[in-house]
Design a protein. Sequence first.
Length: 309
Amino acid sequence: MNNCIESIKKCPLCKKTAFKTLLTPGHWIGYEVFKELEGKIGLVRCKNCQLIFINSRPSDEKLSAFYSGNTYSCHEATCSVSMKKKENYILKQITKHLDPKTPRTLLDYGAGGGGFLLHVRDCGWEVKGFEPGKRGLKHCKEKGLDVTDKLDDLASESFSVVTLNHVFEHLANPIEILNGIRRFLAPEGVLYIEVPNVRSLRAQLAIPFLSRRFPVDERYRAYPIHLMYYSNKTLGQMLEKAGWKVKKSMTTGLGLEEFIVRDEPPVSQLSSVKKASSLKKWRFRHILRDIFLSLGIGENLSVLAVPEK
Ligand SMILES: [Zn+2]
């Protein structure tokens, strides 16, 4: 049993040792794999920097057993409309921070089933992926994507963008990984990280009593494979600690975004009066969304960062 869990003595962010124990989430992902750890793993918040992380956590062996099993479904490439919208939005945000002359080359670190890479490739970028999971790797290769499970296969300074899309929260050693990623970035390149937002509106509204009974815990999603739960503050501090400078941080996703906001303004065979009113509504919905997201309470939290000089 002892090799199934790992206890952390120092906070992964500030290295202090005083933690407050939090209520263990009621809903677990991969319960069939992790159930023997019940009562042995838990959730804590560092009293100094407020980082929330799993401690004790499942050991690397236990996590690998989960990732290589049949129940983890994050590997498949998805092509839903809302997914495409999100990918477009991400790419737009990233591109704003790139010099127009910079080559469009992107490395997706933790490519999963390759959904994001496929989309970026379709947008005319040269793309590569790193994916250590066998199933994800297989899916990527079936889609004809250039993806490897060996970091040594990737050339130094060859990507203008490196993305970690819902990967960072799975990492036990984020600072080490951030240090390693630096070598792949071309000069003037940017790093994009997106994680679930522990301060999202849905998380804040979630009542522990209900969260413990429903199939999703809005406060601590995907427990216990999300090893850390980041806020805007702790994510920024983690990057700073590893020598990165945050250029922009934002929240994305309302949860119901695809029902509220359309990317393109309405253009149809509507009469000019109807078209004007429909345009007004379209703008109003965009303003509402932007206000919501600017409050820092969107579903996901993302940062664009560059290495400190
Ligand atoms: Zn800390």
